[in-house]
Design a protein around this ligand. Structure first.
Ligand SMILES: CC(=O)N[C@H]1[C@@H](OP(=O)(O)OP(=O)(O)OC[C@H]2O[C@@H](n3ccc(=O)[nH]c3=O)[C@H](O)[C@@H]2O)O[C@H](CO)[C@@H](O)[C@@H]1O
Ligand SMILES: C=C(OP(=O)(O)O)C(=O)O
Length: 433
């Protein structure tokens, strides 16, 4: 188990380039299984979950060539489906959430797909019903071996109308990837439409898929016989961008986030602005000036601001922990409402130990009463429970008085590329041990 030793209090300064988006990469890399032709993908983040997925594809027989630091060419000509029956597959596929998205492509192209219960953050119940109900609606047979938590889907797919019970991100991606090769028209209503999904759809269209409604919650997909190769470049990771905004505000730092694709950030910049954080758009860069104080807005009627997660184009749940930690040094009060996940707010105990004023109202809601720098948080020893809580604790530690130790930073490495090295380059005092 790796750890970070963080000496807080340094002001950071400089420019940082966001990595390619983690959750987009997991979809896009899965989609290479849909074609026998080469798919050349750029801006692939060098993070644990993505490396694990690439390894899984290599085990399945996909030819993989690293063409530069952040680019790989994938050719899924001869896929070895026997690997799906091995213990090795079960172990590897169950170690990340994103692996679930190889199911749709395998089912569509080979008529069969298997998967153990996938891994990912332990942040509450994470059901997969949307994925499997969608596959079944497309005509697939579904079997669940409850004893071994093993899912199997098989059959020839036929387009249909479906209204998803929830706008699941990975569920929508999986169903889209199945439908592009199904016979006839598939209509997906209540589809997720995150930038990750838009990017996936745009890539599939370049591969020859016929998809209408990209960016909306109503997708119409006319199945085609086969798909060809393409080139694809990942968007900058919007969750990293939000994390850097929070980090800059908490540590009174002046940071420029380069090439942020501001047009794809939705409500994220305005949500940080509601905490009182000043942001300037300079071309496609986001400049965050050093800020001694920032004041949380109230609603127009004077009531306390609530920041809640919602499906896109609402505010992503993956940034709520970062908003929460950032609010601890703001002036004012905010209610953080994590609607989607049940166990994502428990990390606030550690912030409370550091001196933050937070009331955990219930598993979904926490009220943060900002300290307005009346005093610094103090460094403590803590363990990173999940990827975004981990980064929030890192931000708290970097702003704190004294030294903190954060254990289990593999959680952070799942989604933030070389984070210690990149923050050190901005002046952070952080050691991995
Ligand atoms: C690998 C990957 O891409 N992971 C992301 C993906 O996970 P993932 O695709 O697993 O998440 P889902 O979108 O399926 O669901 C997330 C949670 O929200 C709930 N839910 C979802 C939709 C809805 O309309 N109502 C509702 O309550 C689900 O029951 C679940 O508890 O999307 C999540 C939601 O943005 C992100 O936190 C994860 O980082
Ligand atoms: C919850 C997340 O990831 P995963 O779905 O891979 O667990 C996340 O990226 O914040």
């Amino acid at each position: 188990m790796a750890s970070f030793r963080v000496k807080g209090g340094n002001r950071l300064k400089g420019s940082i380039v966001p990595q390619g988006a983690k959750n987009e990469a997991l979809q896009i890399i899965s989609a290479v299984l849909l074609t026998s032709e080469p798919v050349h993908i750029h801006k692939i983040p060098n993070i644990r979950d993505v490396i694990k997925l690439i390894d899984l594809l290599a085990d399945l027989g996909v030819q993989i060539e690293k063409t530069d630091e952040e680019s790989y060419r994938f050719t899924a000509k001869d896929v070895n489906l026997k690997f799906l029956d091995t213990e090795d597959f079960k172990e590897k596929a169950s170690s990340l959430r994103g692996s679930i998205m190889i199911l749709g492509p395998l089912l569509a192209r080979y008529g069969t797909g298997k998967m153990p219960r996938p891994g990912g953050d332990k942040i509450g119940r994470r059901r997969l019903d949307t994925h499997f109900v969608g596959f079944q609606k497309l005509g697939a047979q579904f079997d669940y071996d409850a004893k071994n938590s093993f899912y199997t889907v098989s059959g020839k797919l036929k387009g249909t109308y479906m209204h998803l019970d929830e706008a699941s991100v990975t569920g929508t991606a999986n169903i889209i990837m199945a439908a592009v090769l199904a016979e006839g028209l598939t209509t997906i209503y209540n589809a997720a439409c995150e930038p990750y999904i838009q990017q996936l759809c745009n890539m599939l269209v370049r591969m020859g898929a016929r998809i209408e409604g990209i960016g909306s919650n109503l997708l119409k997909i006319e199945g085609v016989e086969s798909l060809g190769g393409t080139d694809h470049t990942m968007l900058p990771d919007m969750i990293e961008i939000g994390s850097f905004i929070g980090l800059a505000a908490m540590t009174r730092s002046e940071i420029t986030i380069k090439d942020a694709r501001i047009d794809m950030l939705g409500i994220i910049p305005d949500t940080f602005r509601r905490l009182g954080i000043k942001l300037e758009f300079r071309g496609d860069d986001i400049y965050v000036p050093a800020q001694e104080h920032y004041e949380i807005e109230s609603f127009i009627d004077g009531s306390i601001l609530t920041i809640a997660d919602a499906i896109w184009p609402g505010f992503t749940p993956d940034l709520l922990s970062i908003v929460l930690v950032t609010a601890t040094q703001a002036k004012g009060t905010v209610l953080i409402h994590q609607k989607m996940f049940e166990s994502r707010l428990f990390f606030v105990d550690k912030l409370i130990d550091m001196g933050a004023q937070i009331i955990l109202c219930d598993p979904h809601r926490a009220t943060v009463i900002g300290l307005d720098r009346a005093f610094d948080l103090k460094g403590i020893s803590m363990t990173s429970p999940d990827i975004r809580a981990g980064v929030s604790l890192l931000i708290a530690a970097l702003s704190a008085d004294g030294t903190s130790t954060i254990h289990n930073v593999e959680q952070i490495d799942r989604g933030y590329q070389f984070i210690d090295k990149r923050l050190k380059a901005l002046g952070a005092d952080i050691e991995r041990f």
